[in-house]
Design a protein around this ligand. Structure first.
Ligand code: ADP
Length: 280
């Protein structure tokens, strides 16, 4: 028991060292899967990097239930360099440094540990071995939901500056947002705010706005739970296409309404993290 406690303290110290040159760390979470959490993470990272932070943004794909960030960023076939005894992130567009915990699942040895009681140790060991270097922002894409996996990972990362919660507009997803807010509060992570993704659809042919999944649910739940609302991102088939093709939407369509939303959300995040201003 004493031995295990010592080992955990050692690993926590390594994680602290590995993340010591990162100025701001944010987790991106959702109450359930499929709401666009990873899509939002990728596009927020790109939008942050585009604002004068080339080489200074990182993404940790910790969504071990379905790691999709490498695919969305067009680096799926690249491998983490572990030759020097540490994990070196893969560099994507705009110098964004990406580490996917996918790596843990692909090693046979790790897959065994993964199913066993040593899971949290394996996560900590992995996190402690990444050489992030100097970064201004690290976005951490957590597993969906508020279960054990998300908890273990969030608890392993020291001093998280804030949580961005992604939802879709419908009623059911409002209920799960509540869980996500409770999750962040339980971990003492300040909630930066809620992003309502897939909110409305603007017909590219006639310009009419159609609320396919409804809209306004994110704002309503933000008001109900007394947390800030960060903005709405519309449904745009080009977002899905960009994800599938590994070309982040914000880079490809800098003048679209969805890019404008991502940029405005990033501005609010910056003001929150850097100046302590609560988004309104
Ligand atoms: P999650 O991480 O919450 O499981 P993903 O980010 O993987 O969700 O998104 C699920 C699917 O929805 C993906 O195919 C993605 O391309 C698509 N998607 C996400 N947001 C949008 C959007 N605003 N418009 C169109 N497609 C979207």
């Amino acid at each position: 028991m004493e031995e295990a406690r010592k080992r955990i303290a050692e690993l926590d110290e390594r994680i602290k060292t590995s993340m010591s040159k990162i100025k701001h760390k944010l987790v991106v979470l959702s109450g359930k899967g499929g709401v666009g959490k990873s899509t939002v993470t990728v596009n927020l990272a790109v939008a942050l990097a585009m604002r004068g932070r080339a080489q200074m943004v990182g993404v940790l794909d910790a969504d071990i239930t379905g790691p999709s960030i490498p695919k969305m960023m067009g680096i799926r076939h690249e491998q983490l360099d572990v030759s020097a005894g540490a994990i070196v992130p893969v560099t994507a567009a705009l110098g964004i440094k990406v580490v996917s915990m996918d790596f843990l699942l692909y090693s046979d040895e790790m897959a065994v540990i993964w199913r066993g009681p040593l899971k949290s140790m394996a996560i900590k060991q992995f996190l402690g071995e990444v050489q992030w270097g100097e970064l201004e922002y690290l976005l951490i894409d957590l597993p969906p939901g508020t279960g054990d996996e998300a908890l273990t990972i969030a608890q392993s990362i020291p001093k998280i500056d804030g949580a961005v919660i992604v939802t879709i507009p419908s009623e059911v997803s409002q209920l799960v947002v509540k869980k996500a807010v409770t999750f962040a509060r339980h971990l003492n992570i300040p909630v930066v705010g809620i992003v309502e993704n897939m909110s409305g659809f603007v017909c590219p042919k006639c310009g009419a706005e159609v609320d396919i999944l409804g809209s306004g649910g994110g704002l309503k739940i933000a008001l109900d739970l007394n947390v800030p609302f960060l903005g709405r991102v519309p449904i745009d088939p080009r977002i899905r296409k960009g994800c599938d093709e590994g070309a982040p939407f914000v880079i490809r369509y800098p003048d679209s309404p969805a890019t404008k939303s991502f940029t405005e959300i990033v501005e609010k995040i910056e003001r929150f993290v850097e100046k302590g201003e609560k988004p309104s």
